[in-house]
Design a protein around this ligand. Structure first.
Ligand code: NAD
Length: 531
C-alpha cells in the first residue's frame, strides 16, 4: 500500500514545494519509544547541562538566519522583516531570558512550616518534567509557534514530538536539522506529519502533556482526545482583539499602531487588532487619516511589500465571506476587496452592525472593523460579553485611566499605548481566557507549565505517636478542638491559652519537646502572634 502524502504549495505562486509522506500509527508508536528513552536521560541532566544545547540552538539560528528566512518566505509568502520580527526575534528574547534564569525558575522552593501545626518539619516543592510533550502548532508563525513551546519543554527536561501544520511541513525539517546540528540526543525531538487525524493519533498514543496552538474547533477535539487518558492540555486558541482609542490618545502613533496591529502578517496573528473602537469626537478625523494610510500600503513577499500572502485558500475564502457579509449588511469599505492569488489588500470597514460575521468570528486576515463609541463603559461591557479573551490595547495619554480600563477587560494579556509587542516580552506569561484558551507559556510561569510540581515534607520528630494518630478518644477530640481554637481564633493568644490550657495539657510533653527542638520556630511564632 502506498503511503498517503501531503503536497505543500508556496502561497507566493502556487508552485509545489514538496510532497511529504503522512506519518502512520506504527511510526508514531516508534517515535514514542525513542522519546521515552531520550526523555529519561534528558530529565537526569541538570538544567545547566541542558542549557548548553539551548545556547547552541540560539547561535545556530543566528548562523542560519539567511537560509531560514528564505525558506520561510517560500513556505509562508511572508515579508522578510516580519519573519525577523515575528519568527526569530521572540525566540531570541526567550532563549536569552531562559539561559539566564531557567535554573532559578526551575529550582526547588522551600516553604516555612508552622511550628505548632507542623512541628519539627521541613517542606519544599520541586519541578519535575512531564516526560514526553506533544506540541501541535499552526501555520501563521510556523517556526516561532513550534519552537517556543518545544524549546521551553526541552529546557524543563522533556522530550518533544511535534506536529507542524499541514500547510507548513518544511518547517519540521528546519527544526530537526537545527536540533541535530546542535548535537541534541537522538529521539529527544521528533516530528510527525499529517492533518487533524495525525494530531488525534499523536494524542491517542499518550503523551504526558499536550501543548496545542490553533483554532477553537480543533482545540475542543484535542481536549476530548486528551481527556481519554487523561493528560493535561494547554490550549492557545484564537482571538478577536480590540483596540480602544480614547480622544486624548496620541493620534499619529495610534494610527501607525493600528496599521501594524491589524495588518502585520496580513492579519494572520492570533492577537491581530480586528476591532478598532474610536471615541466619537475623533472618529471621523481618525478614520479619514487611517483610510489614506491603508490605501498606500503595498502587498508582496520577501522585501517587496508591507503585507505578505495569505497562507491557505481556506483562509482566503473566510476573509472574502466576512467582507461580503459586512457589505451586504451595510458596511462601508476603504476600498473594494482585492484578492490576487494569495495576496489581499488591507481593507478598513465602518458602519458596522453587531450581527456581521466579522464582529462575531475571528477573520484572521487584513480586514479591520472600525466602531465609534461615546461611553467607554459600553465598550468594556460589550467586549466582556464576547466569547474571546486573548489580547487588547488601550490608547490614551492619561496612562492611569487607560490602565484602569485595561484592567477591567476579560483578557489574558493587555497593552497600553502599543500593539502586539507585549506578547513578545519574555518575562510575561502569555495565554488566553474564555474561548481563547487556557494555560500559559512564556516567562517563569510559562516554563513551569512544562513541569508538574512535587510537594515534599520531612519530619524530624521521633515520637512514637503524633497527637492526631489512632486511637481516637473523647480526650483526643477535646484536645484537637482546643488545638484548632488556640491556633486560629481571633482573640488574644493569652485568652486562647487560658481557654484551652486544660484540654491542651495532654500535649504538654509533645509541645515542650518540639518547642525545645525548634526554639527558633518558637521565636518566629511569638513574632507572628504579636503582629
Ligand atoms: P487549526 O486549529 O486548524 O490547526 C492547528 C494545528 O492543529 C495544525 O497542526 C492542525 O493540523 C492540528 N489539528 C487540527 N485539527 C486537529 C485535531 N482534531 N486534533 C489534533 N490536531 C488537530 O489552526 P490553524 O488554522 O493552523 O491556525 C489558526 C488558528 O490558530 C487561529 O484561530 C489562530 O487565532 C490560532 N492561533 C492562536 C495562537 C495563540 O497563541 N493563542 C497563536 C497562533 C494562532
Amino acid at each position: 500500500m502506498t503511503a498517503k502524502t501531503i503536497d505543500v504549495f508556496s502561497p507566493i505562486d502556487g508552485h509545489l514545494i514538496e510532497s511529504y509522506p503522512v506519518t502512520n500509527e506504527a511510526e508514531i508508536t516508534a517515535c514514542y519509544h525513542q522519546a521515552r528513552t531520550a526523555a529519561q536521560d534528558w530529565a537526569d541532566q541538570t538544567v545547566k547541562q541542558r542549557l548548553i544545547y539551548i545556547r547552541a540552538i540560539r547561535q545556530q539560528l543566528i548562523n542560519d538566519l539567511e537560509t531560514i528566512t528564505e525558506q520561510l518566505v517560500t513556505v509562508t509568502g511572508k515579508v522578510k522583516t516580519e519573519i525577523l520580527m515575528g519568527e526569530i526575534y521572540p525566540l531570541m528574547e526567550m532563549l536569552r531570558y531562559y539561559e539566564k534564569n531557567a535554573e532559578k525558575i526551575l529550582s526547588s522552593q522551600s516553604v516555612s512550616t508552622s511550628p505548632l501545626g507542623f512541628p519539627n518539619a521541613e517542606a519544599y516543592y520541586s519541578y519535575r518534567p512531564y516526560g514526553v510533550v506533544a506540541v501541535i502548532s499552526p501555520w501563521n508563525f510556523p517556526l516561532q509557534l513550534t519552537l517556543y513551546p518545544l524549546l521551553s519543554a526541552l529546557i524543563a527536561g522533556n522530550a518533544v514530538i511535534f506536529k507542524p501544520s499541514e500547510l507548513s511541513l518544511p518547517v519540521a525539517e528546519i527544526i530537526l536539522s537545527l536540533c541535530n546540528a546542535c548535537g541534541l540526543p537522538k529521539g529527544l525531538v521528533q516530528y510527525v506529519m499529517g492533518e487533524a487525524e495525525t494530531g488525534q493519533q499523536l494524542i491517542a498514543q499518550h503523551p504526558d502533556l499536550v501543548f496545542f496552538t490553533g483554532g477553537l474547533q480543533a482545540g475542543r477535539r484535542v481536549m476530548q482526545a486528551a481527556a481519554q487518558h487523561p493528560v493535561p492540555v494547554i490550549l492557545e486558541l484564537g482571538g478577536k482583539d480590540a483596540m480602544l482609542v480614547l480622544a486624548d490618545a496620541q493620534i499619529e502613533r495610534a494610527i501607525n499602531a493600528t496599521l501594524y496591529g491589524a495588518f502585520s502578517n496580513s492579519g494572520q496573528v492570533c492577537i491581530s487588532t480586528e476591532l478598532l473602537y474610536i471615541e466619537a469626537t475623533i472618529f471621523n478625523d481618525f478614520l479619514d487619516r487611517l483610510c489614506q494610510r491603508v490605501t498606500a500600503m503595498t502587498v508582496g513577499h520577501g522585501q517587496q511589500g508591507d503585507v505578505g500572502a495569505i497562507s491557505s485558500t481556506a483562509q482566503l475564502a473566510i476573509i472574502e465571506a466576512h467582507y461580503q457579509d459586512a457589505i451586504a449588511k451595510g458596511a462601508k469599505a476603504s476600498a473594494p476587496l482585492s484578492i490576487q492569488g494569495h495576496y489581499v489588500r488591507p481593507v478598513v470597514l465602518w458602519n458596522i452592525q453587531d450581527d456581521m460575521r466579522l464582529m462575531q468570528e475571528e477573520t484572521f486576515g487584513p480586514l479591520l472593523a472600525v466602531i465609534p463609541f461615546t461611553d467607554v463603559e459600553n465598550v468594556i461591557t460589550t467586549l466582556n460579553a464576547t466569547e474571546h479573551g486573548l489580547n487588547a490595547s488601550v490608547w490614551s495619554q492619561n496612562i492611569k485611566h487607560a490602565v484602569r480600563i485595561a484592567e477591567r477587560l476579560q483578557v489574558g494579556n493587555w497593552v497600553v499605548n502599543d500593539v502586539l509587542k507585549n506578547a513578545g516580552h519574555p518575562r510575561l506569561p502569555f495565554g488566553g481566557v474564555k474561548n481563547s484558551g487556557f494555560g500559559r507559556y512564556h516567562g517563569a510561569e510559562g516554563l513551569r507549565s512544562f513541569c508538574y510540581s512535587v510537594s515534599a515534607m520531612l519530619s524530624h520528630n521521633r515520637f512514637e505517636r503524633e497527637p492526631n494518630w489512632f486511637p481516637y478518644s473523647d480526650e483526643s477530640f477535646t484536645a484537637m478542638r482546643a488545638f484548632i481554637d488556640t491556633l486560629f481564633a481571633d482573640d488574644s493568644l493569652w485568652q486562647r491559652l487560658r481557654r484551652n490550657a486544660r484540654a491542651l495539657s495532654a500535649y504538654q510533653e509533645y509541645a515542650a519537646l518540639n518547642l525545645k527542638q525548634h526554639w527558633r520556630n518558637f521565636l518566629i511564632l511569638i513574632g507572628r502572634t504579636r503582629n
